[in-house]
Write a protein that binds this ligand. Structure first.
Ligand code: SF4
Length: 120
């Protein structure tokens, strides 16, 4: 089996090797089907004058699964303890536009407002 994942977004050399998403999908296939996929891949459409299709392939083995399981276990512990590390105020996702918790989050740096004159 070959696992392919398609994306319009970020692409760079090595991304398929580093992708936790592909590791988790491959682990799921191994768990459900009894064997990991032979390869995993990210496919991209690059919006050039003439659109280009690029494919980055990789493989996953038991060492990769050990690493991703350790990360999942760590994330579960963090969630159970409620020990969240807030995003930096400069991170793009830490904004009213992108984060659904922004208004209620105690770590969110709310936009400053200023009076430009007129009635108060
Ligand atoms: S508003 Fe809070 S929950 Fe949302 S990204 Fe920022 S720190 Fe994280």
């Amino acid at each position: 089996m070959v696992l392919r994942f398609f994306s319009f977004f970020f692409y760079y050399f090595g991304i398929a090797d580093m992708s936790e998403q592909l590791s988790i999908y491959a682990l799921a296939i191994r768990t459900l089907d009894g064997a990991a996929p032979k390869t995993v891949a990210l496919d991209y459409l690059i919006d050039n004058k003439v659109p280009v299709a690029k494919s980055y392939t990789s493989t996953r083995n038991d060492d990769d699964f050990r690493v991703v399981l350790a990360r999942i276990e760590n994330a579960a512990e963090v969630i159970e303890k409620g020990a969240y590390t807030p995003a930096r105020p400069t991170d793009w996702q830490c904004s009213l536009k992108w984060c659904g918790f922004f208004r209620s989050c105690r770590f969110a740096k709310q936009p400053k407002t200023m009076n430009l004159g007129g009635p108060q």
